[in-house]
Design a protein. Structure first.
Length: 175
């Protein structure tokens, strides 16, 4: 799939980049800024920029999620708004989910998100109808992790039951 043009959304930032001028300005360019990076390159660069312990865990989560759904759509969200202000941590996205708003508008977004944060890693599972589902279904089985409405947070993969996390990711991609 060819990269879509670089779009900086009002609040949520860049999801992918295909415009060389915007790519260079946003730091998503390769070869001295002459070519935009594709989503695979953005993900690789993001993971490579993490501290070693987090880098290996993010790489393993990326591998695991692609193993669960090898053909899923990949996303990279840089976490910046139109003013280049950070509004969230960068996130690797997997799958496709249509978000419908109360005003009737909708937009496509990822179904599973993986993001490094200050204290560890967050795995977002979007599109679930029941906000208590993750905590009820997987919370006690995960190990040293917290499961809230759409997010599973943990410090390191070694602290959790990876098979349970994989089941939650499979469940989220199938929702």
């Amino acid at each position: 799939m060819a990269p879509t043009p670089c779009k900086v959304r009002k609040r949520w930032g860049t999801l992918n980049c295909g415009d060389p001028i915007k790519a260079k300005r946003l730091g998503h360019a390769r070869n001295g800024g002459s070519e935009p990076m594709n989503v695979h390159e953005q993900i690789k660069k993001y993971i490579a920029g993490q501290p070693e312990s987090k880098r290996s865990d993010l790489q393993e989560l990326h591998r695991l999620t692609l193993q669960v759904s090898p053909e899923c759509k990949l996303w990279f969200f840089d976490g910046k708004d139109t003013k280049e202000q950070t509004v969230s941590n960068p996130t690797i996205g997997y799958g496709l989910h249509t978000i419908k708003y109360a005003n009737g508008k909708s937009r496509e977004f990822f179904r599973i998100g993986v993001s490094g944060n200050k204290t560890g890693i967050s795995v977002y599972i979007l599109g679930l109808k029941d906000k208590k589902y993750l905590a009820k279904t997987y919370g006690k089985k995960l190990g040293k992790a917290s499961a809230t409405g759409y997010c599973i947070r943990f410090k390191a993969l070694k602290d959790i039951n990876v098979d349970t996390l994989e089941a939650a990711i499979r469940d989220g991609l199938a929702a």
